[in-house]
Design a binder for this molecule. Structure first.
Ligand code: HEM
Length: 421
């Protein structure tokens, strides 16, 4: 087989960090497909990468651990220290950025502990957290669903899963808000607060175990040190917060703007599950990630990729690849890539889906006439190469109050919101 000859002149790189990409990513994916299975992109000014847009080639990269490594240390020193992509792409001692035995050991501990999460308890935790948030805006008749619901709820859930008292979720929420919203000084303070919160969680559980994710990790037979447990709780918050927020936000935006979700019971309405499935295919919460580094120069379906340079998977483009799902007797037909695939596929798929579905159902059950305050086409999306995230989701509904008849978030049916034991 002959090696493809590297082109004399590099084709123009397509930026993924600007307004254009945020406003209409699928138009950009169409343009990227004209390059073939892979396209040259810019993740931030001057930060180059190869983006895989073809479903079949995406699966090849995600599964081929001999050719592709997840360890960014061969590359990260080439990026300016203040580059915003490093927060997502630089090495840490956790499951995401390691290969081989190290990855297998962490992965085993994580998946075993995830399997101990009881769906019933998790659903009750989502109900309790959702009700607390809805109580804060229910009497107002209007809400900004990203900032007041979708972004806060996953943090309250993580706080509960980690075994911390409900009151401590305010610390986690405060730290993440500072990291997310503010100047670099505030963001540094937010990161310090997050580290303090996680260190505190692990040292409390180290002193006294409970029936929670932190204690299960500490006690796992793989023998993770408290420091390794700290790294994995930090990863759970950072890998879990953004996608769950976006999954809830993107699915709610579709549901609240599409009459198919509003038909009567007799004519049949689509459910939150349908909206979530549609989002996972069309607008996955993480649009482009799964960074890999080829261990040698490699021919990726006709594109020449240099050793040690980043190759990312576009889950959004691969899912909508016109050549991807051709039907027929393929074993992978019908599988979207929103949770990636292969050895680094998301270990929290089932709990993540349960959190998002329950959060949406709880909100739309209490506020049954909730609707968007602006048309779907006028919603704005956050800039950035990795996520598909609404900047805001304003909605209106008939106000509810604590003294109205029947059950309310202030006066809940205990059988549907019994606190987690
Ligand atoms: C429900 C929405 C979620 C989506 C769409 C999602 C998506 C993904 C994707 C695409 C990856 C692959 C990343 C890569 O290879 O670079 C991943 C990995 C991962 N996710 Fe999720 N995720 C979700 C929820 C969560 C939650 C709630 C947690 C934890 C609390 C979590 C923890 C992780 C971890 C630890 C990995 C790394 C696994 C490994 O490297 O072996 N995810 N997720």
């Amino acid at each position: 087989m002959t090696r493809p000859v590297p082109p004399a002149e590099e084709p123009p790189r397509v930026p993924l960090y600007g307004e254009d990409f945020a406003a209409d990513p699928h138009a950009v994916y169409d343009r990227l497909r004209t390059y073939g299975a892979c396209a040259p992109v810019e993740l931030a000014p001057g930060v180059h990468a190869t983006l895989v847009t073809n479903y079949r080639v995406a699966l090849r990269v995600l599964h081929d651990t001999e050719t592709f490594s997840k360890d960014p240390r061969v590359w990260q020193h080439t990026v300016p220290e203040d580059s915003e992509v490093l927060a997502m792409m630089s090495w840490r001692p956790n499951v995401l950025y390691n290969d081989g035995e190290v990855h297998t050991r962490y992965r085993r501990a994580l998946t075993d502990c995830v399997s101990l999460i009881e769906p019933f308890d998790l659903r009750q935790l989502v109900h309790r957290s959702a009700d607390a948030l809805i109580r804060a805006f229910g009497e107002r008749g209007s809400v900004e669903l990203i900032g007041e619901y979708a972004r806060l709820l996953p943090l309250m859930i993580f706080n509960g899963l980690f075994g911390m008292p409900d009151a401590d979720s305010a610390r986690l929420i405060g730290a993440m808000a500072r990291m997310f919203d503010s100047t670099s000084e505030e963001a540094t303070r937010g990161l310090e607060e997050l580290q303090e919160y996680i260190l505190d969680t692990v040292s409390r559980k180290h002193a006294e175990r409970g029936n929670d994710f932190t204690s299960w990790l500490l006690d796992h037979p793989e023998g993770l040190t408290p420091e390794e447990v700290v790294w994995h709780l930090v990863l759970s918050v950072s890998a879990g917060h953004e996608p769950v927020t976006n999954l809830i936000g993107n699915a709610l935006a579709r549901m609240l703007s599409d009459s198919r979700y509003y038909r009567t019971l007799t004519s049949g309405a689509l459910t939150s599950g349908h909206a979530i499935t549609e989002v996972l295919w069309q607008d996955p919460p993480m649009a482009n990630f799964s960074t890999h580094f080829p261990r040698r120069d490699v021919d990726l379906d006709g594109t020449w990729v240099r050793s040690g340079t980043p190759v990312l998977i576009s889950y959004a483009a691969a899912n909508t690849d016109p050549t991807g799902r051709t039907g027929g007797p393929r074993s992978d037909a019908g599988a979207h890539l929103a949770f990636a695939a292969g050895p680094h596929a998301c270990p929290m798929q089932q709990p993540g889906l349960l959190i998002a579905t329950t959060a949406i159902d709880r909100l739309t059950n209490w506020l049954c006439d909730i609707r968007l305050s602006v048309p779907y086409a006028e919603l704005t999306w956050r800039r950035g190469p990795f996520h598909r995230a609404l900047a805001a989701l304003p909605a209106q509904f008939t106000p509810i109050s604590p003294d109205q008849k029947g059950s309310t978030p202030w006066n809940v049916n205990p059988s549907s919101s019994t606190p987690v034991a």
